[in-house]
Write a protein that binds this ligand. Structure first.
Ligand code: NI
Length: 176
């Protein structure tokens, strides 16, 4: 079921999410189904459970070859629970981000360029990946939602934050 996505200003988006305690449950399957439906309906690159009002450490993300991200490499569709992030090296990269909770806007956000992330699948299998670039960015963005951080809070130069249509005149960009 497609759920309403909370927008910036809602205090629920500023909460720390709780770890998932039990894997493979029907409740978890229902939550993930709603998250998949909602992300697909809004054509998003990722979604975190707190964005639909569920304060659990669950994120989903994935980007196919998408005309909206002509320069972005594909990111495999992933469902990640109780994630732990760790930078690999200290390189920081600035890149444009949007968020379904901040519709219509984009900002230039610094992220670790190389990232190791660990966590679990919904059935409790371990996940352990080391990634770079856009994949690393998407994971950091989604996992920020689990600690109550929205991307505008990380922008270093607020002149690089604005409405997509004004920032990217002539280009059509949807929200992610
Ligand atoms: Ni977001």
């Amino acid at each position: 079921m497609v759920r309403d996505v909370l927008r910036m200003g809602d205090p629920l988006l500023l909460q720390r999410a709780q770890p998932v305690q039990a894997f493979g449950t029907p409740e978890l399957a229902d939550l993930l189904q709603d998250m998949r439906d909602t992300m697909a309906a809004l054509d998003g690159a990722g979604l975190a459970a707190p964005q639909i009002g569920v304060s659990l450490q669950v994120v989903i993300f994935g980007v196919g070859v998408n005309p909206r991200y002509p320069d972005a490499e594909a990111v495999p569709y992933t469902e990640l629970l109780n994630p732990v992030l760790e930078p690999v090296g200290d390189a920081i990269e600035e890149g444009w981000e949007g968020c379904l909770s901040v519709p219509g806007m984009r900002g230039l956000v610094p992220r670790w360029q190389h990232l190791r992330y660990r966590g679990f699948t919904p059935s409790g299998e371990p996940v352990d990946r080391t990634v770079s670039g856009f994949h690393a960015r998407v994971v950091q963005h989604e996992c920020d939602h689990l600690v109550g951080v929205l991307y505008p809070m990380r922008i270093r130069d607020l002149r690089q934050f604005g409405f997509s249509e004004a920032l990217f005149l002539g280009q059509s960009l949807a929200d992610d």
